[in-house]
Ligand binder design. Sequence first.
Ligand SMILES: [Zn+2]
Length: 330
Amino acid sequence: MYVIIFVLLSEKHKLDYEMKSRLCYMLLFTAALLICPGIFRNEEARAYTVKNNKVTIYEGETFPMDSIVSDADFLKLRLISSDRSVSTPTKDGALLGLGIGECVVTVSDRKGTRDEIEVKVVSKSDIHMVALTLDDGPGSHAMELMDYFDSRNVKVTFFMIGADIGNYPKSAQRMVDEGHEIGSHTMNHKQLTAIKKDRALREIEEGAKVIEEVAGVPPTVWRPPYGDSTEEQRIAAGMPTVLWNIDTLDWKYKDADRVAREIINGASDGNIILVHEIYKTTVEGIKKALDQLCAKGIRFVTSTTLLTRDGTPVEDLIGQRLFSKKVKKK
Ligand SMILES: [Zn+2]
């Protein structure tokens, strides 16, 4: 069709060679615009991707929208709730849980792309907190895990080995930026009750120092390797000694389904669950378990959030061996 237009125009006006070539370029350019709109009209590209389309919020609390959709310019999105008495989008990019129930929040962009997010709002009196604690890292799976935790609005505690943290500085800094808790797992992962007293104290001290240098903040909790420590060591550490009451034995079985089952069965309120972030099977198991547990409204929090939720000051926790935190519900 363009060729016909070109021939007709040039015949009619008896154009010279220069005009003909100009006309030719113009026609080619308009053709390109029509054929490849994506290249010339960037703003038409999809404005977001959905990371999580099932969200559970506690009544009166918010869920950050950037944990639900990524790459979004929130000003360009339209968020419409099917029931504003259950949940409504807020101006600062979050979903607010208003009343117990379920609704659907539709996300759309100017191009007309639409996605539906199922939102469930549950009672605050049912708040159910669990601390997931990840030992022996950082390792090569830390970034993948944090991408996943971000999409579920999950916060965890990483108990890291001082001698290894220097290999993954970006992971360590991201943990801090995204609100995860930085824990020390000592400098070299030695059994502290099996080595000389002063050497053991050095393991604790050096581990905390190196972690602070790399992560940019000091660890707020620590976990002795194999769970073994003396009272003197616990007091010297100067921060809470976090142990666990649910051991997934992920390091032993290296089986994702088993890890998932142990986490699901162990996710009762107040429990501290132990996993090791360095196994691929553990990463898969965590995702399987948390897909289910987060949809149910179980909240994964840092060790310190769990241990201080009844108002206990952090200083009062130092020196004790902390396995879990049960709180009597009214
Ligand atoms: Zn360990």
